[in-house]
Design a protein around this ligand. Structure first.
Ligand SMILES: Nc1nc2c(ncn2[C@@H]2O[C@H](COP(=O)(O)OP(=O)(O)OP(=O)(O)O)[C@@H](O)[C@H]2O)c(=O)[nH]1
Ligand SMILES: [Mg+2]
Length: 479
């Protein structure tokens, strides 16, 4: 139990009819008692009031009545923080709440830091770290889907699953320790085999959880398709053709698109965020250079990259150019550039007699590394050729990425949690490698323990104080 008593304005403010001031800590009730006068607490003060009841009365500063209020007394442990909590509902606006706060501070309470009530709920063991994070997600949710997922997390949906895998890992560790403790039983061979089987099972579960995050992210936020390539190849024309209207400016002048241009389309119910970018090339033009920087940034967020080539142009070696633009995509959002789907589009096919033959020619093969792309499409933005195929490809990828689950089944919603799941998964893979390479069991157990610790960071069991402080510092005041 914390020693001091904290207070904060938890709701109301300018324009609101009511403001709520919350007090939590061992002296919450005596401190509130010093400034409150009400009928139900006349005889024994607030100490005599039943828990979870509401008293009507006034807040007084010496003889002066500051405001007329409703005051709730909630005794530990059945409270938000598991401490004694008093909530004072006074009139809205800034003045009454500020005066009540001033009085509480004068009587011995201290102003709460952002998220400190929820942090106490966590430190006092009422909720785990992922549930505490869910509180903030509920407050910040912009859509009903996001709020629903956060409520699920607050109810412990994620914690239950994470704890279950973590317990299995710990159980496995315990079985390995038995071999350490009783080596004369010579069970190593058997245990290693069992260990491999168990690790594979755990690894599969963790893969499923990481996929759950991916699916949820796409279902909620949409899939990002970024169009890139050299200047004047028809990137903006393709965006317009896919979007179905003249969204981006198209001219025959190279370097037309400077800023990134975004358009949302709907592909079978999934939001697709199309982004057109400045053509990537060496330039002295400052504005173009800034545009190219933005293009690269956009590429680092893409789920699908469409690299556009002008097929009517003379075939030159563009391997390096492509490589520079897309081969080494920074692993920013995904943590894994391999997750990005690459499409190469040969545009302006209307200007070539036999585009298929040209694309299939040996010279073409030599100069354009098609093999680093998952898909190649011959198109004409002008004549609307190949646009259907681009749509189908996007649709296929969307289905592939989210086919397995419904939005209601999403339980991993935070990037922090997903990163820790991936780290735990990598640790189990390292343990598996160690097993298969006949390493000693104590070597293997280091990786297994790391996996358990990563999962423990999700629920807060093995989270460092600095991470905990960082998480709560993002909270709003009064929560
Ligand atoms: N014939 C033909 N012309 C096209 C096609 N697509 C684009 N163009 C023309 O190519 C020129 C450049 O098109 P844009 O869409 O502006 O090309 P971009 O890649 O966005 O160019 P920047 O923004 O300068 O990098 C324009 O004159 C377009 O009309 C096509 O499929 N066929
Ligand atoms: Mg353009």
């Amino acid at each position: 139990m914390r020693e001091d008593t904290i207070c904060a304005v938890s709701g109301g403010g300018i324009g609101a009819g009511i403001s709520k001031i919350r007090l939590s800590g061992p002296d919450a009730i005596p401190i509130a008692d010093k400034i409150f006068a009400g009928e139900s607490s006349q005889v024994g003060g607030l100490a005599s009031v039943r828990s979870h009841s509401i008293c009507y009365g006034v807040i007084r500063d010496f003889g002066e009545i500051v405001d007329e209020v409703l005051l709730s007394v909630m005794r530990a442990p059945r409270t938000y923080t598991r401490e004694d909590v008093v909530e004072i509902d006074c009139h809205g606006g800034i003045v009454p709440a500020r005066r009540v706060m001033e009085l509480l501070l004068r009587k011995g309470a201290r102003t709460a830091q952002p998220g400190e009530f929820t942090k106490r709920a966590f430190l006092n063991g009422r909720i785990d770290l992922s549930q505490a994070e869910a509180v903030m997600d509920i407050i910040e949710a912009e859509t009903e889907e996001n709020a629903k997922a956060a409520v699920g997390q607050l109810e412990g949906r994620l914690s239950k699953k994470i704890n279950a895998v973590r317990n299995e890992i710990i159980e496995l560790l315990a079985r390995i320790e038995v071999v350490f403790d009783y080596p004369e039983h010579d069970e190593e061979q058997i245990t290693t085999k069992a260990c491999i089987e168990k690790l594979i099972e755990i690894n599969n579960t963790l893969s499923e959880y990481a996929e759950n995050y991916e699916s949820g992210r796409i279902a909620k936020d949409g899939i990002r398709v970024t169009i890139t390539g050299s200047p004047n190849v028809g990137k903006s024309s393709l965006l317009n053709a896919i979007a179905g209207f003249d969204r981006a400016i198209v001219t025959e002048i190279p370097g037309t698109t400077r800023d990134t241009i975004e358009e949302h389309i709907n592909v079978n119910g999934i939001k697709v965020i199309l982004t057109d970018t400045a053509g990537i090339h060496e330039t002295e033009d400052l504005i173009e250079r800034l545009g190219i920087d933005r293009a690269r940034k956009e590429l680092s967020k893409a789920d699908i990259v469409i690299y556009v080539v002008d097929i009517a142009e003379e075939i030159v070696d563009i391997a390096e150019e492509i490589s520079d633009a897309i081969k080494n995509l920074p692993a920013d959002l995904h943590g894994n550039p391999e997750d990005i789907y690459r499409i190469i589009v040969f545009n302006k096919s209307d200007m070539v007699d036999d585009p298929e033959a040209k694309v299939g020619s040996a010279e073409f093969e030599k100069n354009i590394p098609k093999n680093i792309f998952e898909e190649s499409i011959i198109a004409s933005a002008k004549e609307n050729i190949g646009i259907d195929k681009i749509f189908d490809t996007i649709d296929y990828i969307v289905r592939n990425k989210i086919s397995k689950i419904q939005l209601e089944e999403v339980f991993v919603v935070s990037m922090r949690h997903k990163d820790l799941i991936i780290k735990a998964k990598e640790a189990t893979i390292a343990a598996l490698d160690a097993c298969q390479n006949q390493m000693t069991l104590d070597c293997i157990s280091v990786d297994i323990k790391a996996a358990a610790d990563y999962l423990g960071e999700i629920t807060g069991e093995s989270t460092g104080e600095d991470v905990i402080n960082e998480i709560f510092s993002r909270f709003c005041l009064g929560k």
